[in-house]
Design a protein around this ligand. Structure first.
Ligand code: THU
Length: 131
């Protein structure tokens, strides 16, 4: 695991639009070519319309033309564990296999814990189910 992914997630977190929760999240994802795509959470005055940092990062990856997620970093507030929410685990699953690493960092840039996607979303339903 190299530092470039968390540096991109921390830079994205600086732009988080989270005036309601004040929980600022950054995420970065590596694609199958090694390129990095980052995103932040974007909240909305109509609360349910907001979305997660992982969502923004996935959108950036897809719009670049990339097809696969090969590594994920997430950073929230403070030094406590911030894992992707359930919905984001499924969104990541669309483009990633069970063995993809999901690294969770504190806002200082310290690694708190790493998981595989399979650990976070066991026995998942994915694109293969529809083939
Ligand atoms: N949030 C994320 O962006 N990613 C996560 O993995 C957890 C939660 C956001 C959604 C909302 O803007 C704020 O954090 C509080 O839930």
């Amino acid at each position: 695991m190299s530092r470039d992914l968390i540096e991109a997630a921390l830079a994205a977190r600086k732009h988080a639009h989270a005036p309601y929760s004040k929980f600022y999240v950054g995420s970065a994802m590596r694609d199958e070519t090694g390129r990095i795509h980052a995103g932040c959470n974007v909240e909305n005055a109509a609360y349910p319309q907001g979305w997660c940092a992982e969502c923004s990062a996935i959108a950036a990856l897809v719009v670049s033309g990339a097809k696969r997620i090969t590594e994920v970093a997430v950073v929230g507030n403070g030094e406590t564990l911030c894992t992707p929410c359930g919905g984001c685990r499924q969104k990541i699953r669309e483009f990633a296999s069970d063995d993809v690493a999901v690294h969770c960092y504190g806002e200082s840039g310290k690694l708190i814990r790493s998981f595989t996607l399979g650990e976070l979303l066991p026995a998942s339903f994915g694109p293969e189910n529809l083939k």
